[in-house]
Ligand binder design. Structure first.
Ligand code: UD1
Length: 329
């Protein structure tokens, strides 16, 4: 299929682009490079520079004729979304509407959407299944949930079939080393641990050690980005085969605490990684663990790389090639 990958120069998008190309699709990346990186653009993909906030940019791209699109172009900083909601409204919400209108006008009837565990808010029970109540606790999470609802309307009115993929904690890097871009100003645990291991930060702050978990630090489900990328390929095949929309949770079903992640990172990297317990970070849930049974049964998805050692080693293998964080930005 001819597939347009919107946000394909970003961290997850570049892995999705690689997986789609390997699956035999003809891929084109659309990205404004606001957080995406030129170094992430793969030779197998054509590139269109453009911005989803500009309806003309995205319409021009769709007019080239695509059978399907993957939409990963979003701001994703939970804390920032509570300070600057306007930014999230314009990019995540209006930008997606621009995409759907352009897809609709051009006859593109399949979309794979990067949703998030943030649609659920604090869990009322674990593991979280797809029917778990959806009460996002950030404006970012709200935009993802709202887009899922808009997708459902475009399905029923325009016949656009969607796959909403709710990622839990994405981590890791392409194990064959084809993708080496480092996110600018990372906010997530593993990139921060790597920056401490590299000596770019003095220490890791562990946000809270009084949670109701096995060692008091937060429990998360880390899933390898290449496993997530495979889910996009499988989801697109499902849309083609079944002609039905779906929303699934994507996690490894292996809970790891912050302390366990740091200890594993010390072992795998051989570095000290100084860490200090500090107070809780506002908005952090104690445990965020999904069941991915539905993804297994509907799209045949089985993560292969999401064990802690592979997550850390594949990330470390990229970081250790840098002298400074911005060297290849
Ligand atoms: C958050 C969002 C998720 C979003 C993801 C990517 C929620 C509930 N989750 O996940 O939807 O897709 O970010 O941006 O909004 N930690 C430290 N020290 C640090 C950094 C993190 O101890 O310096 C801890 C956090 O407290 C947390 C764990 O590490 O327990 C993982 O944090 P992080 O990588 O930021 O992801 P989430 O907050 O789980």
């Amino acid at each position: 299929m001819k597939v347009l990958i919107i946000g394909g120069a970003g961290y997850i998008g570049s892995h999705v682009t690689k997986a789609m190309a390997l699956a035999g699709h003809e891929v084109t990346v659309f990205d404004n490079l606001s957080s995406g990186l030129l170094v992430n653009l793969l030779p197998a993909a054509a590139f269109i520079a453009g911005d989803i906030r500009h309806a003309d940019d995205i319409s021009a791209a769709f007019s080239r004729g695509f059978d399907a699109c993957v939409h990963l172009a979003a701001f994703k900083a939970v804390g920032e979304s509570m300070v600057e909601p306007e930014k999230y409204s314009v990019n995540n919400l209006s930008g997606t509407i621009n995409i759907l209108n352009a897809a609709s006008a051009s006859g593109c009837r399949k979309i794979v959407f990067s949703s998030s565990a943030a649609v659920f808010g604090s869990p009322e029970y674990v593991p979280i299944d797809e029917d778990h109540p959806k009460n996002p606790e950030s404006y970012y999470g709200f935009t993802k949930l709202e887009i899922e609802r808009i997708l459902a309307w475009y399905d029923s009115i325009r016949g656009i079939k969607f796959a909403a993929l709710r990622y839990f904690n994405a981590a890791g890097y392409d194990p064959s080393g084809d993708i080496v871009g480092l996110e600018r100003n990372p906010q997530n645990l593993l990139p921060i641990v790597m920056e401490v291991a590299m000596g770019w930060r003095k220490e890791l702050q562990i946000f809270g050690n009084d949670y109701d978990t096995r060692d008091g630090t937060c429990l998360r489900d880390y899933v390898h980005v290449s496993d997530l990328a495979d889910a996009h390929v499988n989801a697109l095949a499902y849309l083609e085969r079944e002609g039905k929309s779906l929303a699934v949770n994507l996690g490894s079903e292996k809970g790891v605490t912050v302390t366990e992640m740091v200890e594993a990172a010390r072992r795998v990297t051989g570095r000290d990684i100084p860490a200090r317990y500090t107070g809780r970070r506002a908005g952090d849930a104690s445990s965020l663990i999904p069941t991915s049974a539905l993804a297994r049964s509907l799209i045949g998805w089985n993560p292969r790389l999401s064990d802690v050692d592979t997550l850390i080693k594949s990330t470390w293998d990229v970081y250790r090639t840098y002298r400074t964080p911005t060297e290849r930005a």
